[in-house]
Write a protein that binds this ligand. Structure first.
Ligand code: FNR
Length: 183
């Protein structure tokens, strides 16, 4: 079995630290895991009027969620919650009613911020949202990461100071996905 993981990054800026974190984490994954990023920067703002006939970008998002075995979500914190672009994508994937594409997909959440509170409040809000969407979200280890110059190495990987912790996070995430998907 190969496990297919959809990666959702809560920042659409080109130099996103959270995307960099997600890409570095992926290098720690077992060989039977594959990852691909969900594209969210071309999604329209959610409008329930368009729910039954959504544009192609929304159909693509829903299809790619359905095809995934699990979710890796890396998000910044904006004003003590998740960014609007992330909430918008989550809302699109959750509808129409009765066709929630996220349901049952095991998820791991992580976040990187430039400030000391390290996305803790955003992640707690995200857990509430994922609960109603019936997404089993890994509880531990929590990872609230504050950016420092040595977080990444020159090659874009995780620097030595955080390597063991984040390798451990990925090991637990892989176990979490296998537990829910089986195989
Ligand atoms: C922030 N940032 C921030 N950081 C934090 O830890 N808690 C917060 O509440 C906020 N609020 C906030 C609001 C807005 C509108 C912006 C643009 C930024 C700082 C944030 O951690 C920093 O910009 C990260 O680098 C954003 O992540 P990406 O885009 O690098 O992935």
């Amino acid at each position: 079995t190969t496990y297919r993981i959809a990666v959702l990054v809560g920042s659409i800026r080109s130099e996103s630290l959270n995307r960099k974190l997600a890409d570095a984490l992926i290098r720690f994954a077992p060989p039977d895991f594959t990852f691909h990023h969900l594209k969210i920067d071309d999604l329209p703002l959610y409008n329930q009027d368009e729910e039954e006939h959504p544009p192609e970008a929304v159909q693509r998002l829903r299809r790619e969620i359905r095809e995934a075995d699990g979710l890796l979500i890396a998000t910044p914190e904006y004003n003590r919650s998740i960014p609007g672009v992330l909430k918008n994508a989550i809302d699109h994937g959750s509808r129409p009613w009765g066709h929630n594409a996220w349901a049952g997909k095991p998820a791991g959440i992580i976040g990187l911020s430039t400030s000391a509170c390290g996305t803790a409040l955003a992640q707690q809000h995200l857990r509430n949202i994922l609960a109603v969407l019936d997404v089993p979200t890994m509880a531990q280890p929590e990872a609230f990461i504050q950016h420092r110059d040595d977080l990444f190495d020159a090659d874009g990987g995780i620097g030595p100071g955080s390597r063991d912790f984040l390798q451990g996070w990925m090991d637990r995430f892989a176990t979490w996905v296998r537990l829910h998907v089986g195989g």
